[in-house]
Write a protein that binds this ligand. Structure first.
Ligand code: NAX
Length: 336
């Protein structure tokens, strides 16, 4: 990599905020961010890391910063650590909201929303007060769709479309399963998308997917799709916890990198999945943060792919997932 000091056409430094920086996902995410994996080899980054105000988080984050320093990343111009959200979001152009409590044993999804919702109210307010007016926000902390919904309501001075949630891991899991089943390279799988909520109700859609140019359903049958593919993608997070004893972290970080990279630089005409505030497309109530197939057109813009004719099954699955999003929105009404 060219040394930035000698680089003739270096872009301005991007301030990037990562919350929950001392956590599992943070540990996989930060090093790739600093290496240039998101904003490209011509764009230096300054990391602004937010953690909870407690001695253990501070201690762990100190160690992570020592390692970032030791990597001597040419593009990393500075690291700031703080437990003050406004300081963390100051001038940020890209934000990864990862920090949130994981679901505890015996906790329901509703309990998790009650625990984590207030975090995203506070952070929405701080983003509104301190971040760049065109900041791109990616919510990873669960329940990510509804957390993004809470967050944008508290950032009225920033365009709603700039608040998104992560369903790229679900898409990547779909692509990996299809490639493995057919023995084709992952890059030959195009048009797989995931609709709805990042939960077991998500609709992993391969109706328009092609693999090396061949329709996916010419290569895999409906039984495999229903009996293996759908449950495997939906339950993958649980399977990883059972195998590893910890939740998905490196694959989640990688999906976050993919999401922000494509949003920032464009998806080269490829369909990718992002959970974004609905504009009413496909009957999804306006404002709900829902997974859609999108195309990222470059310069930080994306468009929901329009005009898709969903099958009867697809429509029913999407409706079920949207119903869950509506219930979650109702549950957090007091926070809005
Ligand atoms: P960890 O528990 O390892 O790390 C979370 C970190 O966030 C901790 O260091 C904690 O101190 C910090 N934190 C908590 N509240 C905070 C606050 N208010 N401000 C700043 N920092 C705060 O969890 P990790 O494995 O990193 O997962 C983070 C989140 O990602 C969880 O909510 C998890 O459920 C979610 N995930 C989302 C995925 C997705 O596809 N959208 C997949 C992976 C993951 O399950």
């Amino acid at each position: 990599m060219t040394c930035p000091a000698n680089h003739p056409k270096l872009n301005p430094t991007v301030r990037v905020t990562v919350t929950g920086a001392a956590g599992n996902i943070g540990y996989s995410l930060l090093f790739r961010l600093a290496s240039g994996a998101v904003f490209g080899p011509d764009t230096p980054v300054q990391l602004q890391l937010l953690e909870r105000d407690n001695p253990n988080s501070a201690k762990v984050l100190k160690g992570v910063c020592m390692e970032l320093f030791d990597c001597a990343f040419p593009l990393l111009t500075g690291i700031k650590t703080t437990s003050d959200p406004k300081e963390a979001f100051d001038g940020a152009k890209a934000v990864f909201l990862v920090g949130a409590a994981p679901r505890g044993a015996g906790q329901t999804r509703a309990d998790l929303i009650t625990t984590n919702g207030p975090i995203f109210k506070t952070q929405g307010e701080a983003i509104n007060a301190a971040a760049d007016r065109n900041v791109k926000v990616l919510v990873v902390g669960n329940p990510c769709n509804t957390n993004a919904y809470i967050c944008y309501h508290h950032a009225p001075d920033i365009a709603r479309k700039n608040f998104t949630a992560m369903m790229r891991l679900d898409q990547n899991r779909s692509i990996a399963q299809l490639a493995a089943k057919t023995g084709k390279p992952v890059c030959s799988v195009q048009g797989a998308a995931v609709w709805g909520n990042h939960s077991k109700t998500m609709y992993a859609d391969i109706e328009r997917c092609t693999i090396a140019g061949v329709p996916a359903f010419d290569l895999v049958d409906q039984d495999w799709y229903h009996d293996f593919f759908l449950p495997t993608v939906a339950d993958r997070g649980t399977a990883i916890i059972q195998a590893r004893g910890k939740s998905s972290a490196a694959s989640a970080a990688s999906a976050a990198i993919d999401h922000m990279h494509d949003w920032w630089l464009g998806s080269n005409g490829r369909i990718v999945t992002m959970a974004v505030p609905s504009d009413g497309s496909y009957g999804v109530p306006e404002g709900l943060v829902c997974g859609f197939p999108v195309i990222c057109t470059g310069n930080g813009e994306y468009e929901i792919v329009k005009g898709i004719e969903l099958s009867k099954e697809g429509k029913e699955r999407l409706e079920k997932s949207v119903k869950q999003l509506e219930e979650e929105a109702e549950h957090v009404k007091a926070l809005i």
